[in-house]
Write a protein that binds this ligand. Structure first.
Ligand SMILES: [Zn+2]
Length: 243
């Protein structure tokens, strides 16, 4: 229920669900209220776009994959990272070349799912590219969302946060004969996917081949702490997440 709350887009929907959460899990809600503010863990109150990334699973996977390598000296670690990322890039390059769609497979599947949901909506034209979209099963005014195709916004907030048209926007675009692919961020396209993995990554050269010239490179100044050395997790992404 906590994860579901974190992923809600609209603040009004969040407030409603959070009240239910408080009744079911009062201790957890008290902990959340006292320890963190809503903008740190909810999509609805976050001042920034969080897209679909709501966990650190990606970082955990890399940490697990590099469990042995993390113990290596720095150059051996960098070279093993090169081997790993090069194999991923090669796989992505092949997949992007073989792709017959405009957008990456996960985005195509989201668009197809939203298109099917949008087939059940009733569309009311408000302006040239502005629409009131209502669920056909419950077409009362409280169940409507306003879509503006020009500014790529919808009151459900999925469109503006994810940069992928929501089911309302897809239904509205179909209604007024606009290609809904044109409403999707180019960063989800196969072309960008292919470009992201196009640069080769090279191994670190042998030390005697380093182009140092007259440069004097000294090891960094570090202060050793007393006690047992702890294994440290690579937490670059975590820091970005908490920024
Ligand atoms: Zn919407």
């Amino acid at each position: 229920m906590f994860m579901r709350l974190a992923k809600i887009y609209k603040q009004t929907d969040f407030d409603l669900e959070y009240e239910k959460f408080k009744k079911i899990y009062p201790d957890a809600a008290k902990f959340l209220d006292e320890s963190d503010s809503l903008d740190r863990w909810t999509r609805a109150y976050s001042p920034r776009s969080r897209y679909n990334i709501m966990t650190t699973n990606g970082v955990e996977s890399i940490n697990a994959r590099l469990r042995e390598e993390r113990q290596l000296p720095i150059i051996a670690l960098l070279n093993s990272l090169q081997t790993l990322t090069t194999s991923w890039f090669s796989r992505y390059r092949k997949a992007s070349v073989a792709s017959t769609t405009n957008f990456t497979p996960p985005i195509e599947s989201i668009l197809s799912e939203r298109f099917n949901i949008g087939r059940g909506y009733q569309i009311y034209e408000l302006g040239r590219l502005e629409f009131d979209v209502r669920s056909a099963t419950n077409s009362d005014i409280t169940n409507s969302d306003i879509v503006d195709l020009e500014s790529k916004r919808c009151t459900c907030r999925e469109f503006v946060i994810d940069k992928i048209p929501c089911s309302h926007a897809i239904a509205a675009s179909y209604f007024c004969d606009v290609n809904f692919y044109s409403l999707c961020s180019k960063y989800y396209s196969v072309m960008i996917w292919s470009l992201a993995s196009s640069e080769p990554i090279y191994l670190v050269l042998n030390q005697n081949e380093w182009p140092l010239d007259d440069m004097l490179v000294l090891p960094p100044v570090i202060k050793r702490r007393r006690g047992r050395k702890k294994t440290k997790q690579i937490s670059i992404c975590w820091r970005i997440w908490r920024r």
